[in-house]
Design a protein around this ligand. Structure first.
Ligand code: HBI
Length: 97
């Protein structure tokens, strides 16, 4: 059964994830990523999209040219779950590749 992260688990996750922050007034995390151009940004989004569909866990995101703003939350638990931590970790890993 998918569990909602406790406040303590959220704090630990944010420490571990570094460049992510809590969304004001919502149990969700966000990060803005900048790429050299749209091609690189969209290539990143494609990789995340394939991960998301494979893991049945999808980001909320906005893209304009070389900028991608990502927000992660688990709708099924109305908060954050381990799936958001895993997706954020994946995003951190491929962002620097
Ligand atoms: N993605 N972020 C996020 N949160 C969910 O609860 C979720 C999802 N993708 C698919 C999904 N849930 C399915 O399990 C259905 O609940 C829609």
């Amino acid at each position: 059964m998918l569990q909602k992260l406790t406040a303590q688990e959220q704090a630990e996750a944010l420490t571990q994830l570094k460049d992510w922050s809590l969304v004001d007034g919502r149990e969700a995390i966000k990060r803005t990523l900048i790429f050299k151009d749209f091609n690189a940004a969209f290539g990143f989004m494609t990789r995340v999209a394939l991960y998301a569909d494979k893991h049945d866990h999808h980001p909320e995101w906005f893209n304009v040219y070389n900028r991608v703003e990502v927000t992660l939350a688990t709708h099924d638990v109305q908060g954050l779950s381990i799936r958001d931590v895993k997706l954020a970790t994946f995003i951190n890993e491929i962002y620097h590749q």
